[in-house]
Write a protein that binds this ligand. Structure first.
Ligand code: FAD
Length: 506
């Protein structure tokens, strides 16, 4: 008997390399591609909501191109599905499995509802390169806690799956799509409670079409792809020095396996960089945090998270607000947070710098607060990657060289001595001489007047005395680690244990 299928689009907002979407179209007489617009799980920020809507419009366009339509239902999945099962005489439901706890709970609830309505459920694999559970099983049910360990485990597995063909008209031969009315249209930004005027400069339009175009353009730069080494890319270049495919991966507009194999094609037969610094290596970092996030309880919080260092962070709402708004008085930090707020994306090392500043170096504020701000402002917000990287950067897990810290003054200078990036994102400082661009408070009153910007009036003074704060915080981190005891130290880091605490020079 042929099926009446609903394919529930969750993260993989695309037609290419979408195995479970193809499964939905197989042996099907009625095909209903569905997105559930659930107010409780919408991205928080305007930029990210806009990206989502563009991705949905693009998906709808692509589905029309193969003779179908996208249905956007409003409400929680638990409220929406029973009515749709009945209205569309559904026999089969397909969707891609998620890995974060809230989405997993939701899937289980929907699968139970489906069972009550006699609907057969097919779960697709989550959007990772490898089968997460397979890797965990190989490691005795435990998450690998280092990249090296992950690489050793992956060496025992076959390479990632090759992408499957994109859904076409041929797959949908003999299949109809139910009547579509205005209740199922893709919403506007206003309907999502956001003012289009608040949308940023729109550097990264959402959708599968934009994702594939960006990927194609990047893969043409073969020498750059082969030579890519993450530490050599700049956090403060005026145009991105890495791929900025992350928002497209987060929303599943780009399949991670497609990205992997396109890179493989460029590498073929030529010398190229290697993990962890290569582009393949970046995708394995993603894999690393997906696997750890799936396995470790309460991964996105400090309390009851078995791998997380327990720290008595300060509660300082004024400092947190200043950090979020780019008002700390440290131009590199403030420029980076301004870029994040306006554009929704910042370079990985810029994320390092602002995360280190908020937590273990200058402000001693919990990484959970930083995680929430990133969740709101990033276009590429991803539950596992955000939590995993915050754990790392705050010195709370994975990363044990807590004395290795980023200077908010010296770090930016390394790749941008004249401060072009700071001038772009903080135009109030644009006329400061290069000598003072990272420390404008050191300029004399006359220099400040000449630059048309008085520190303390037009731009804030530093909210902390940087040297004193970082010295104190290294000590606090050392004390927190001592309290926790030796089990936090990785067995393979005797050298790092011998090192003296080091404050980066500026
Ligand atoms: P590229 O350097 O071009 O790398 C290609 C892809 O590899 C990325 O798109 C991403 O999917 C993956 N990748 C690269 N670096 C990492 C990494 N360190 N961890 C995991 N995956 C990686 N990335 C997110 O996608 N979502 C997040 O919510 C997120 N939060 C972060 C929070 C902090 C505090 C930090 C320090 C990093 C965070 N990252 C996050 C990781 C990383 O910064 C971004 O993935 C990367 O900067 C995205 O830019 P890109 O696509 O140009 O990366």
């Amino acid at each position: 008997m042929s099926h009446s299928s609903i394919h529930w689009f969750r993260k993989s907002l695309r037609l290419h390399d979408n195995q479970v979407l193809l499964a939905a179209a197989t042996d099907c007489h009625r095909f209903c591609p569905l997105f559930v617009l659930d107010p409780s799980s919408l991205p928080a920020g305007t930029n990210a909501r806009c990206f989502l809507l563009e991705s949905l419009w693009d998906l709808d366009r692509s589905l029309r191109g193969v003779g179908s339509r996208l249905f956007v239902a409003r409400g929680s999945p638990e409220a929406v599905f029973p009515g749709l099962f009945r209205a569309w005489g559904t026999t089969h439901l397909t969707f891609e499995a998620a890995t974060d706890p809230a989405s997993r709970r939701r899937e289980v609830a929907v699968a139970e509802l489906a069972a009550q309505h006699g609907v057969e459920v097919t779960w697709g694999a989550p959007h990772t390169l490898y089968d997460t559970h397979r890797v965990l099983t190989l490691n005795g049910g435990k998450a690998p806690l280092s990249y090296k360990q992950l690489q050793n485990l992956l060496a025992a597995l076959r390479p990632p799956e090759k992408p499957v063909p994109a859904l076409t008209r041929d797959h949908l031969q003999g299949c109809c799509t139910p009547c579509h009315d205005a209740n199922f249209r893709v919403p506007t930004l206003e309907e999502l409670g956001k003012d289009p005027a608040e949308d940023g400069p729109h550097l990264y339009p959402g959708g599968e079409t934009a994702a594939l175009a960006r990927l194609d353009a990047l893969m043409e730069r073969t020498a750059w792809v082969r030579g890519f080494e993450k530490p050599e890319t700049a956090p403060n270049s005026l145009s991105p020095s890495t791929t900025v495919l992350s928002p497209y991966i987060t929303f599943g507009c780009l399949s991670i396996c497609t990205f992997w194999w396109r890179l493989d094609g460029v590498y073929q037969g030529r010398q190229h960089s290697q993990p962890p610094v290569s582009l393949h290596g970046q995708l394995l970092w993603r894999e690393f945090f997906y696997i750890t996030g799936t396995n470790i309880p309460n991964f996105d919080q400090m309390v009851s998270n078995p791998i997380c260092l327990q720290v008595e962070w300060d509660n300082n709402p004024q400092h947190l607000h200043a950090w979020r708004e780019g008002r700390t008085g440290f131009p590199f930090i403030d420029a980076t947070m301004t870029q994040l707020r306006n554009e929704g994306w910042i370079h990985h090392l810029a994320r390092h710098a602002v995360a280190c500043f908020l937590t273990r170096r200058d402000l001693w504020i919990s990484w959970e607060e930083g995680l929430k701000v990133f969740e709101e402002l990033l276009l590429d917000t991803d539950w596992s990657l955000n939590a995993g990287n915050w754990l790392w950067l705050s010195g709370s897990a994975f990363f044990h060289r807590y004395f290795h810290i980023y200077s908010p003054i010296a770090f930016g200078k390394k790749t941008d001595r004249d401060g072009a990036y700071t001038r772009k994102y903080l135009p109030v400082l644009k006329d400061f001489p290069a000598k003072y661009i990272y420390e404008p408070w050191k300029a004399s009153r006359a220099v400040q007047e000449q630059a048309g910007c008085l520190i303390g009036t037009h731009h804030p003074r530093p909210i902390v005395e940087h040297r004193a704060a970082s010295k104190m915080n290294v000590e606090r981190m050392r004390a927190a680690r001592a309290l926790k005891g030796a089990q936090q130290e990785p067995p393979s880091s005797p050298k790092s244990q011998r090192k003296k605490p080091k404050i980066e020079q500026h």
